[in-house]
Design a protein around this ligand. Structure first.
Ligand code: DX5
Ligand code: ZN
Length: 217
């Protein structure tokens, strides 16, 4: 059995009844809660922001895994920290001075994650990987829940795992987009440490059971 973590994305939750969905996650085997912040500029969609995170952190003790799909994420390091984030993920494509942003995230007391869009090669991480707590590989183009899994992501996970082991690091690999039992199994076998799943969990009649089965892939 693999020892990976599950981070449900509340992008597909019921926003009218968010407390109920968070309480369901509290009772589940979910390890983290994944929060997708979108600005309508970096991605063609707008989701939710700090008022929502600040409210939901009052009803959960699960670590918050914040995925910022926004331009200039460096502007919000202190807000994300104040919102109680455990992990702050910024997109490689959104940061000109990525090294500085990563330093600031860690200085603010959070774990630092860097996210790659599907077209961004992992080789671009060669000179920053040792500074990172996690790499978040997008297995769909960011912006929406419920999209089709991009097959090449599995190869990308094994290549990144190889790079991490070659450098003798313990950087986590998280994968986000189109995760279900079938894609999830192949991703953890390839070396993924954390699986994000939104639509697959929240469209189910029994989300707690889906999380349990994802955990036991
Ligand atoms: C996509 C988001 C994902 C999304 C995943 O832009 O980053 O976290 O919620 O959704 P599913 O699991 O529905 O593909
Ligand atoms: Zn995400």
């Amino acid at each position: 059995m693999n020892h990976h973590l599950i981070a449900p994305s509340i992008l597909s939750a019921n926003f009218l009844d968010l407390r109920r969905d968070i309480e369901m996650l509290n009772r589940s085997e979910a390890d983290w809660i994944h929060l997708d912040i979108m600005d309508g500029v970096f991605v063609p969609n707008i989701s939710f922001g700090f008022p929502v995170i600040n409210s939901l952190k009052q009803v959960t003790d699960k670590p918050l895994d914040v995925h910022l799909m926004i331009v200039q994420p460096e502007k919000f390091v202190s807000e994300v920290a104040a919102a109680g984030a455990y992990m702050m993920n910024v997109h490689y494509e959104a940061c000109i001075h990525l090294h500085r942003v990563v330093e600031e995230i860690k200085k603010a007391g959070m774990k630092a994650g860097v996210t790659l869009n599907p077209h961004t090669p992992i080789s671009l991480l060669e000179d920053i990987l040792h500074e990172l707590d996690m790499v978040l590989l997008m297995s769909v183009n960011p912006g929406f829940g419920g999209q089709k899994f991009i097959e090449h992501s599995v190869q990308k996970v094994s290549d990144l795992k190889e790079m991490i082991l070659r450098k003798n690091l313990s950087t986590l690999i998280e994968v986000d987009g189109g995760v279900n039992f079938e894609t999830g199994k192949r991703l953890v076998d390839a070396g993924a440490d954390v699986l994000v799943a939104g639509n697959f969990i929240f469209s189910s009649e029994n989300p707690i059971e889906i999380i349990c089965q994802l955990k036991n892939l």
